[in-house]
Design a protein around this ligand. Structure first.
Ligand code: GLU
Length: 570
């Protein structure tokens, strides 16, 4: 029953808790659940596990949905979201709502059934009493287990006290038997009864625990296959115990390897704060250098390893510190300018391998969502740790960017800049980005990188920093001086009406010929005067993007720079 067979009619689900951004590990889980459902003609359900009301937030929930929409991991059933002209979610089988906080009655009905059948019971000890027992067990080194005192009260009395409103938790009466998880990835994992105690299925505040809610939801939503991270393996025997108590089928389980940093540490949301704390200490910063966080909270954050700054504060702090934070959440990768296709492709490989060879004998690694959604099989899942290789991801992304048409690149780059780089979007409209596309898309690994390639156009003309060496080489050195050629060409420039890359290239060629020099003799001085440096995208695009007036102004500024250098030297 519990072997995962890639069966038709399967239902998988992704069940994030909306307590922050979508972590890259969560995205990997969602992606492979989606792929399994698609490859088997099944359905993929999205459920929001928001029973921890203190940690859940509406904005996190929305962020998670949007990150999934952006990745193209589209759910068939779940919360509704209009994204990119598509309508995701809905409740065609009437198994919703898809927010656990709206399903409390359902959980309570099932808890009641368990209590009346004697399979679960209310327990009335106060937290203080339980704490004392726990401390005693620790002191005696015996290991703590709940003593089942609640079971000593008769069934009728238990129910009467509970119904009268006495504070209590509800515990599952664990059967005295070993439980085996038949894991599709890890094989059989058996837990002996001595490892269990009567764990809580409903808390004192009346909310079900995760264990109860997840089991009821999976059953009522018809989930046949649960694919999730290995951190949940420890919970699965408990889930099986609840399923048995409620007479539910046990879905097939597969627990995926955790994702680690290359240094072997777990890839965690805290990595960003860790790096920022290190930089603050190294730079000996004592008071908070950003707005919105007071010095006291800043000091607390700095001291406490577990404290995290809000995402926007952390980004602002990183900017002040001059550091780049590691990308951990999907939102980080979006901001850095990764393409969803490349990210999905790389994420799928963190735990799955198509085990197919390319024609040249190498392993097939590059594929798109269509391929993944039609070729995914559980047989390709690996047991071992997954290491997050940023260099490999970046190379996937660079390849994906370079493969875009100029039009697609311009449209994606512009949309990205509108969201994450207002200065860039303010400087170039989509048409300008289209002019730049051939030069930029082959040179950048991320969309954010693209900014560096055109950085010369983002600074004011009089703020250009001239590289002294480049100026010397291109404008001062040699027989026929670059500066003379440049100033001669300046007059030609002024008369040009058509200032497209092609017209510029043609004018440079003609003028160089008329002066009997190679094109480079004129192109380099022009490039250096316009950008300050010896390297830039092709000259025609570089000048076209600046516009004629700016190019002429920069030539004059460069001439002044040369003169200043000459007078300083004499
Ligand atoms: N809400 C749980 C989490 O975010 C889901 C666990 C599960 O998939 O069962 O980790």
């Amino acid at each position: 029953m519990t072997e995962i067979t890639d069966s038709i009619g399967c239902i998988t689900r992704f069940a994030p808790s909306p307590t922050g951004h979508l972590h890259i590990g969560g995205a990997r889980t969602a992606l492979l659940c989606w792929a399994f459902a698609k490859a088997n003609g099944g359905k993929f359900v999205l459920r929001i596990e928001d029973t921890d009301q203190t940690r859940s937030s509406e904005s996190s929930m929305r962020g998670i949905l949007e990150d999934m929409g952006w990745l193209g991991i589209e759910w068939d059933e779940g919360p509704e979201l209009s994204f990119d002209g598509k309508a995701l979610g809905g409740d065609p089988r009437s198994v919703g709502p898809f927010f656990q906080a709206q399903r409390l009655e359902l959980y309570n009905t099932h808890i009641r059934t368990l209590i009346e059948a004697g399979k679960a019971y209310p327990a009335f000890e106060t937290p203080e009493v339980l704490d004392a027992a726990r401390k005693e067990a620790i002191a005696a080194k015996t290991g703590y287990k709940y003593n089942r005192a609640g079971l000593e009260i008769s069934l009728a009395d238990r129910i009467a006290r509970m119904d009268a409103g006495e504070a209590h938790v509800v515990r599952l009466k664990m059967p005295d038997e070993a439980i085996t998880v038949h894991d599709a990835i890890l094989g059989d994992v058996t837990v002996e009864p001595s490892e269990f105690d009567d764990f809580i299925i409903r808390k004192r505040d009346g909310f079900p625990t995760y264990h109860l809610a997840v089991v009821v939801d999976d059953a009522l939503m018809g989930v046949t296959h649960v694919l999730r991270g290995q951190e949940h393996l420890i919970n699965t025997p408990r889930h099986i115990a609840i399923q048995r108590a409620l007479g539910f089928d046990t879905p097939s389980y597969g627990h995926m390897p955790l994702i680690f940093n290359p240094d072997g540490s777990k890839m965690s949301k805290r990595d960003k704060d860790k790096l920022a704390k290190k930089a603050v200490k190294e730079q000996k910063i004592e008071s908070c250098p950003i707005e919105g966080v007071n010095d006291e909270d800043f000091a607390k954050w700095l001291k406490d390893k577990t404290r995290q700054l809000a995402s926007d504060d952390l980004i602002a702090l990183a900017k002040v510190l001059g550091i780049t934070l590691p990308e951990i959440d999907v939102e980080d990768f979006r901001r850095a300018g990764y393409l969803p296709g490349a990210l999905n492709n790389y994420l799928a490989l963190l735990g799955w391998n198509p085990k197919v060879k390319n024609e040249d004998g190498t392993d097939l690694e590059h594929f798109d969502m269509d391929y993944l959604g039609s070729h995914f099989t559980m047989g390709g899942m690996s047991k071992g740790q997954s290491k997050f290789d940023r260099v490999k991801l970046m190379s996937f992304n660079g390849d994906a960017i370079a493969a875009l048409s100029d039009e697609a690149f311009a449209s994606i780059w512009f949309a990205w800049a509108q969201q994450y780089d207002a200065e860039l979007a303010g400087r170039f409209d989509e048409a300008a980005m289209l002019t730049l596309a051939p030069a930029v898309k082959t040179r950048c690994k991320t969309l954010a990188d693209g900014r560096n390639i055109v950085g010369f156009a983002l600074v004011a003309d009089d703020s250009i920093v001239y590289d002294g060496k480049a100026v010397h080489k291109a404008l001062i050195k040699g027989e026929k001086k670059g500066l003379e050629l440049l100033m001669g060409f300046r007059s030609v420039l002024e008369t040009m009406d058509d200032f497209t890359p092609e017209a510029i290239e043609a004018a440079v060629k003609d003028y160089a010929e008329s002066q009997e020099v190679g094109m480079g003799k004129l192109a380099q001085p022009l490039r250096v005067s316009a950008t300050g440096a010896a390297v830039s995208p092709p000259l025609g695009q570089t000048l076209a993007i600046l516009g004629k007036e700016a190019v002429v102004r920069r030539i004059d500024l460069c001439e002044a720079f040369v003169e200043k250098q000459a007078s300083a030297a004499s």
